[in-house]
Design a protein around this ligand. Structure first.
Ligand SMILES: *[C@@H]1O[C@H](CO)[C@@H](O)[C@H](O)[C@H]1NC(C)=O
Ligand SMILES: *[C@@H]1O[C@H](CO)[C@@H](O)[C@H](O)[C@H]1NC(C)=O
Ligand SMILES: *[C@@H]1O[C@H](CO)[C@@H](O)[C@H](O)[C@H]1NC(C)=O
Ligand SMILES: *[C@@H]1O[C@H](CO)[C@@H](O)[C@H](O)[C@H]1NC(C)=O
Ligand SMILES: *[C@@H]1O[C@H](CO)[C@@H](O)[C@H](O)[C@H]1NC(C)=O
Ligand SMILES: *[C@@H]1O[C@H](CO)[C@@H](O)[C@H](O)[C@H]1NC(C)=O
Ligand SMILES: *[C@@H]1O[C@H](CO)[C@@H](O)[C@H](O)[C@H]1NC(C)=O
Length: 921
């Protein structure tokens, strides 16, 4: 019986073996190679592109060779169907490709393609050719982050079998083809971060299989349809920073599969958060800046998987529901900028997974023990700023479990710098502003953390930056802001890494230390309003962007040499004792926007050579010893093209008013709409996780008289001319009337002759006009009374004007003082009657003549539009008399500061510190 069984075995072996030989033979003789035509399509596609010159990067197409033996199915990034050999998948993502995607590209010959991934390349603003529809089997397209622009072709919605479309982070524009939403098998749609892509949401059908819908940072608008509740498979919905209006539909509460939900949009109608209960799979919830109000619902605690909860910048009121403290999975909790009340519960210590906690800018009150947060081992960012709390810190704590990278304890009633900071070795950002911290900054603070990047200590009562410290330690410090304190003694030299050093409004004395010259990274130096003396070191200036040493007692010359590399944008040397001439090399500082040299002892002729500066918006030479004519220097075609404010008052200029400039001050004729606020200077840096921008706004003094009571205009449209108190002669040029944006014009106290030109009537924005103390003659043109509807201050006293005072709506408000000293003038408000003219109705309004003194608190500053770009304006308190003479207008220094420090699951969380500062000299 052995033989048959061995035979059987042999037979079995034979069959087995021939099968395997057959397979081998088959593989050798008829391999499924890629098709020649597709191979050439690929090679031609490769040829049509250029690889980035960056040799360090790798391109998958490097392996694509034209020789006959090369099988394209084996090329990098190419996948063929095993049975047919057709190319079904092309993945050239992140392949350093740069080049245009033409409509005749051979790519569109690969008609069997199912997956196309060209993400992370540079297609140089190509649009997607409609020919993409030739690839009718495509089901997945990824062109994200590849510099694609233009309109999304309608053809994309045609015959494709699309399941996944990712066009995010490009420059697409036009309107998103709404038919794409109708593709029955579409599961992933991502067009986020296409800032100019418009679109709207359709009515969604029950049958949709959409799992991810991402439209962040686009121009999608309209309402979010209630039918969005039909997208039952949706796990990810991102509609942040779009332009949707209407309300957030409650039907979202039916999308029970959601794990990620984000809305950000201030245009939403105010609503309550009432639809969340069933979304128990949610992991991340971003609802910042969505006009939500009412209490934070306690049912939120049912979302036990939630790790990120962002409800900041809404109108939530009431207390934090205690149920929230059961949400122990929470990692990121941001409630800042709401109106939450009550105490900050010690139960926060239960949220043991917290990494990031922001409670800033609410109405929390009571005493808070710092220990609650110091016990949270994972907590790295904490902000309790701007509430009504008193933070108690324990002196005895000499170590903590938590290792903060960012800590904001502004306005927390701190009396001292908390001792636990000494043991924070990872701290990058520290803000302790607006507390009641007295005395010296303890030396250990500078040494506590090598990682410290930004430190904000302004608005305290500090008297020194550290006992006997002339040089501050620190290896990473970029920003020190310690203005508005009581610092005494010499200016400490910050570490060499420093970029911005704010020390304004203190009581520092002594000279600027020569070691300041070694600060190669310094961009902003702000020493305004101290008592410092000595010369300004010549090293300063060139590399700074903002150079403000005004309001001190500096003497000597202005630093003399500015090279082509000069980066100055703001230079304020006002209110010192500087002498000599202006350095001619200042004309190298082509970025200069603001130059304030007022109140010094400078002696020079008019710096017409500054007329070449393309950005100069503010030029202030007030109260110096400038002299001579203000004639233009030859060869400057259009001097001062951007000038908005010029103040040369109280000098010894003579000759005619500078007519030839006036014709060219185009900014005063027509403000370009894209012009930046003159008061803005932006400084940015990137340092590790930080992206820091600082918007600096200079303080200005305009010595014009008379401002309307409600002055709600934006700072950027302020235009003013002050030539007062010089020795200008000749006539007021007619062409002044072309500077239609001018709001303040002061030519007082000169030796001007001739008539008041009627063209001044076309200065429709004019609010203050002072021509007093000159030798003007003739009548007051009736155009001024008839056309200048904003005029609230008018003075022509002490001239030789004659004739009737014109009557007009604004003119009714001016008093005798505006006209006295002109023997020939007649009519109201003067008592002298005009000979023939009808006497107008007497004004029996009781004029309040009391000389109210201008109170600092009369000024209010408004700031609006946080998060949408800042618009800064200011309002004058209404209790200032309309007729207040010699009103000195001070423009606030407003600093807006944005530190972007976190990057959580691709959702950038913006953390804003907005600081208002006003300078009253
Ligand atoms: C494809 O079109 C571009 C631009 O229209 C043209 O420059 C190029 O020669 C064309 N290529 C072929 C192979 O026709
Ligand atoms: C859209 O983008 C394309 C390509 O960059 C450009 O030519 C076109 O002008 C843009 N259209 C609009 C309306 O902005
Ligand atoms: C959704 O419904 C509309 C109108 O009933 C229809 O035109 C559209 O084709 C439907 N879309 C899908 C994907 O079923
Ligand atoms: C949620 O779905 C249920 C069942 O389909 C439906 O009856 C209800 O109206 C939906 N709720 C909202 C707010 O759309
Ligand atoms: C939420 O949880 C509470 C108990 O904490 C429970 O009474 C309530 O029914 C839950 N709500 C939903 C919608 O599940
Ligand atoms: C919080 O959790 C604890 C322990 O799991 C439980 O006993 C308690 O009922 C929960 N409280 C709320 C408000 O859900
Ligand atoms: C920390 O405190 C403990 C006791 O409270 C003390 O023994 C220790 O010396 C302290 N360490 C430092 C560095 O101050």
């Amino acid at each position: 019986m052995a033989a048959p069984s061995s035979l059987l075995f042999s037979l079995f072996f034979y069959i087995l073996c021939s099968a395997c030989v057959n397979t081998i033979v088959n593989a050798v003789t008829s391999p499924i190679l890629c098709h020649e035509d597709e191979k050439s399509f690929l090679l031609n596609f490769k040829k049509s592109l250029t690889l980035s010159s960056d040799s360090s990067s790798y391109s998958k197409t490097a392996s694509w060779k034209a020789d006959n033996s090369s099988d394209c199915c084996s090329w990098d990034g190419v996948e063929c169907d095993k049975d047919t050999g057709f190319v079904i998948s092309l993945d050239l993502s992140n392949s350093s490709i740069s080049g245009t995607l033409h409509s005749n590209s051979t790519l569109f010959g690969l008609v069997h393609l199912r997956d196309l991934n060209l993400a992370d390349n540079d297609f140089k603003n190509s649009s997607i050719p409609p020919q993409i529809s030739y690839l009718s089997r495509l089901s997945s397209i990824n062109l994200s982050h590849s510099s694609i622009s233009g309109q999304i072709p309608f053809e994309l919605s045609g015959s494709l079998d699309l399941t996944s479309l990712d066009l995010s982070s490009n420059f697409l524009n036009g309107t998103f083809p709404v038919a794409i939403f109708d593709l029955p098998s579409l599961t992933v749609l991502n067009v986020s971060y296409n800032q100019n892509l418009a679109g709207y949401l359709p009515v969604f059908n029950q049958t949709s299989s959409l799992r991810a819908l991402e439209l962040d940072s686009t121009k999608f608008s309209g309402t979010i349809p209630a039918s969005i509740g039909n997208l039952q498979s949706l796990t990810k919905l991102r509609l942040g920073r779009c332009r949707f209006s209407g309300s957030i539909p409650a039907s979202i509460g039916n999308l029970t599969e959601l794990t990620f939900l984000s809305f950000t949009n201030a245009r939403f109608e105010a609503g309550k958060l009432s639809w969340l209960d069933k979304l128990t799979k949610l992991n991340s919830l971003y609802l910042m800046y969505t006009n939500l109000y009412g209490e934070i619902p306690s049912s939120l605690a049912n979302l036990t998987k939630l790790t990120t909860l962002h409800l900041q910048m809404n109108h939530f009121t009431g207390e934090i529901p205690f149920q929230l403290f059961n949400m122990t999975e929470l990692i990121n909790l941001s409630l800042f900028d709401n109106q939450l009340t009550g105490s900050i519960s010690s139960s926060f210590s239960q949220l043991i997974n917290l990494d990031n906690l922001n409670l800033k800018k609410n109405n929390f009150s009571g005493i808070v023990e710092a220990d609650v947060f110091l016990s949270l081992e994972k907590l790295t960012f904490l902000s309790l700023s701007q509430n009504n709390i008193s933070l108690l810190t324990n002196h005895l704590i000499n170590s903590t479990l938590s290792h903060f990278t960012g800590l904001e304890l502004d306005s927390c009633n701190l009396k001292e710098i908390p001792y636990f900071l000494k043991f924070q070795d990872k701290l990058e950002t520290l803000s302790l502003t607006g507390n009641s911290i007295h005395g010296q900054v303890p030396a250990w603070l500078w040494n506590a953390s090598d990682s410290l990047v930004e430190i904000y200590l302004f608005r305290n009562f500090l008297t020194g930056m550290g006992q006997n410290l002339s040089v501050l330690p620190g290896t990473s410090l970029r920003v020190i802001d310690i203005k508005d304190n009581m610092l005494k003694g010499n200016l400490p030299v910050p570490p060499t890494t420093i970029m911005a050093y704010y020390v304004a409004n203190n009581k520092l004395t002594g000279e600027i230390p020569s070691k300041m010259c070694g600060l190669r990274s310094l961009k902003i130096l702000h020493l305004f309003n101290n008592n410092m003396t000595g010369p300004i070191p010549s090293c300063l200036g060139n590399s700074l962007s903002v150079f403000n040493v005004g309001g001190n007692n500096f003497s000597g010359m202005i630093p003399q040499s500015y090279s082509e590399k000069c980066d100055l944008r703001v230079m304020d040397l006002s209110q010192n004792r500087l002498e000599g001439q202006l350095p001619r090399s200042l004309s190298n500082c082509r970025m200069l926007r603001i130059l304030d040299l007022g109140d010094n002892k400078l002696e020079d002729t008019f710096p017409s050579w500054l007329g070449t500066l393309p950005q100069l918006q503010v030029l202030i030479l007030h109260a110096n010893r400038f002299w001579g004519a203000t004639a233009s220097s030859p060869g400057i075609g259009s001097p001062f093209p951007m000038l908005q404010i010029i103040d040369v008052s109280q000098n010894s200029f003579s000759g005619d008013l500078p007519l030839e400039y006036i014709k060219n001050w185009s900014a005063m004729k027509f403000l370009p709409s894209d012009m930046e606020l003159y008061a803005y200077t932006r400084t940015e840096f990137q340092s590790g996780k930080h992206h820091w921008t600082d918007t600096y706004s200079s303080s200005l003094t305009l010595r014009n008289k008379g401002v309307t009571a409600e002055y709600a205009k934006h700072v950027n449209v302020l235009c003013a001319i002050d030539f007062s108190s010089n020795r200008f002669t000749g006539k007021i040029p007619d062409s002044l009337g072309s500077l239609k944006q001018v709001q303040m014009l002061n030519l007082a106290n000169n030796e001007l002759t001739g008539p008041i030109p009627p063209s001044l009537g076309s200065l429709r924005q004019l609010e203050s006009l002072d021509l007093s103390v000159n030798k003007l003659s003739g009548a007051i043109p009736h155009q001024i009374a008839a056309e200048l509807n904003f005029l609230s201050f008018f003075n022509v006293s002490y001239n030789t004007l004659s004739g009737p005072i014109p009557q007009g709506p604004q003119f009714r408000t001016f008093e005798k003082d505006s006209y006295i000293g002109n023997l020939g003038l007649c009519g109201l408000p003067l008592s002298k009657k005009c000979a023939s003219a009808k006497s107008p109705e007497p004004d029996n309004e009781d004029v309040n003549d009391s000389d109210e003194s201008l109170n600092v608190s009369d000024w209010a500053f408004i700031l609006t539009g946080i998060g949408t770009g800042l618009v800064i304006g200011y309002v004058l308190g209404t209790n200032i008399s309309k007729r207040h003479p010699w009103l000195i207008l001070k423009v606030a220094e407003v600093l807006t500061r944005r530190s972007y420090t976190r990057n959580l699951e691709s959702e950038v969380t913006m953390d804003e510190i907005t600081i208002f500062r006003t300078n009253y000299r």
